[in-house]
Design a protein around this ligand. Structure first.
Ligand code: HAM
Length: 421
């Protein structure tokens, strides 16, 4: 068959062989967030394009090159390229800040970026996200980082396979001087910078620090530390002390400036040492103390993380972490003859009502063909209904592992299967 339509490049179907793994990590994320006091939020896929232009930043790669934007009437829409800005929008729209105190929100969301696809980098991908609003203290940063590492370790990834990279990028008070210093450094080495960095040097100079192509040149760039204001320095020192007290290992990465404009102070990523190739960032996040005001809300310190779901699954598989088998059904009902078919269907419904996963033939196949399907289905039991069973209101239950057969009354069938599963 010649295919008329295919999924778009960089956008993937999640097929039944994979979907149980998605269900598994998603369930783990729900449980994990609940354990840390987060509540779930779901926001739409489409938002006003301006939301991301104002938050992620017009000069960022995400907004300037990768965002899917389209116009309908007067409105310009964007397919969300990340999860944080929509959560802030919803937080403001529903006045969650009005309730006072701290708010912890988590989500699982698709997001869209028109990047060049490769392993671990897609045009539609998914993120596990967590955001904390109303917490300025470094305790919040420490808990967030501990929670993220705890998530990866709880999935069975070995600690030495992961590296938590940590940095601070200061605040609007101290960062301008640092930005100027990096810009001056860039100007001095202009000819050696890649085309991309040359272009962004004036508009977004800090980004030259995390360009992989320019590492050799920017290795000598000034570090931020002498530029940090007292409040930012104290925050960063306290965070590091807290991480040490929690036993959360990290490395300082002075180049970690992140590609989204909203960050202040803490930035971090967890990178996989092996198994992911070049797209090795499992997650990224940090503080964004100015974003809520930028989007029209009251001053609200905030921070969060986005974890790549696809990359999490890739590394779990690459490092042979324990993963569940696809679940199979428990019982397959086989009708011997046409008279038995309606009873087989009724029995299947009764078993399902008793939470026993049950299948049966829906095409009127022969008993032999049905038995073949039962054997292939992965079911533990075949439930055989023929003339004798119809007359006696029984079922013959065949254990497909031991091949033992037992006659059970139809009324007790569900109970019997449950106790023998
Ligand atoms: P981000 O670093 O752009 O941050 O994305 C977070 C994670 O999503 C990455 O570390 C990576 O695992 C995954 N990811 C990003 N792009 C792709 C892609 N094209 N294909 C597959 N996976 C990808 C954010 O999006 C921020 N909203 C995180 C955050 C939340 N900051 C504060 N709160």
């Amino acid at each position: 068959m010649e295919l008329k339509y295919r999924a778009l490049e960089g956008m993937h179907d999640i097929l039944p062989e994979q979907s149980h793994l998605w269900q598994y990590v998603e369930a783990r994320w729900h449980v994990h967030c609940h354990r840390y006091g987060y509540r779930e939020i779901r926001t739409p896929i489409l938002e006003a394009a301006e939301l991301f232009e104002r938050s992620v930043g017009e000069t960022s790669d995400i907004v300037s090159k990768e965002m899917y934007v389209f116009q309908r009437g007067e409105e310009r829409y964007a397919m969300k390229p990340e999860g944080t800005a929509p959560v802030v929008r919803a937080y403001l729209e529903h006045g969650l800040y009005g309730a006072g105190g701290m708010h912890k929100l988590y989500y699982i969301t698709p997001f869209f970026r028109g990047e060049r696809p490769q392993r671990g980098r897609y045009r539609q991908a998914h993120q596990f996200g967590a955001e904390i609003f109303g917490a300025a203290h470094p305790l919040a940063d420490a808990e967030l980082l501990a929670m993220v590492m705890d998530f990866f370790l709880s999935l069975g990834l070995p600690a030495d396979a992961l590296e938590l990279r940590l940095n601070t990028i200061g605040c609007p008070e101290c960062r301008p001087a640092y930005r100027e210093a990096v810009r001056n450094f860039g100007r001095e080495h202009y000819a050696l910078l890649c085309k991309n960095c040359q272009a962004r040097l004036e508009r977004n100079p800090l980004r030259i620090l995390d360009c992989k192509e320019c590492v050799q040149i920017t290795a000598a760039a000034p570090p931020i530390d002498p530029y940090l204001c007292d409040a930012c320095r104290t925050h960063f020192e306290s965070l590091q002390t807290l991480l040490k007290s929690l036993g959360v290992a990290y490395v300082r990465d002075v180049r970690l400036v992140r590609g989204l404009d909203y960050y202040t102070r803490t930035t971090f990523e967890v990178v996989a040492e092996q198994g992911l190739g070049s797209q090795n960032a499992l997650c990224g996040g940090g503080r964004y103390d100015g974003l809520v005001t930028e989007l029209g809300g009251p001053p609200t310190p905030a921070l969060g993380v986005g974890i790549g779901v696809e990359r999490t699954l890739l590394i779990l598989q690459a490092l042979n972490a324990p993963l569940p088998e696809p679940s199979t059904i428990d019982a397959y009902v086989v009708a011997f003859g046409d008279a038995a078919r309606p009873i087989a269907l009724q029995l299947a419904q009764r078993l399902r009502a008793a939470h026993i996963a049950t299948e049966l033939d829906l095409e009127g196949r022969s008993p032999k063909a049905q038995m073949r399907l039962a054997n292939r289905s992965g079911a533990r039991f075949a439930v055989l209904i023929g003339d004798t069973e119809l007359q006696q209101h029984t079922a013959t239950v065949k254990d497909l592992q031991s091949h033992e057969q037992t006659t059970v009354s139809q009324a007790e069938l569900a109970e019997w299967i449950k106790t023998h599963l």
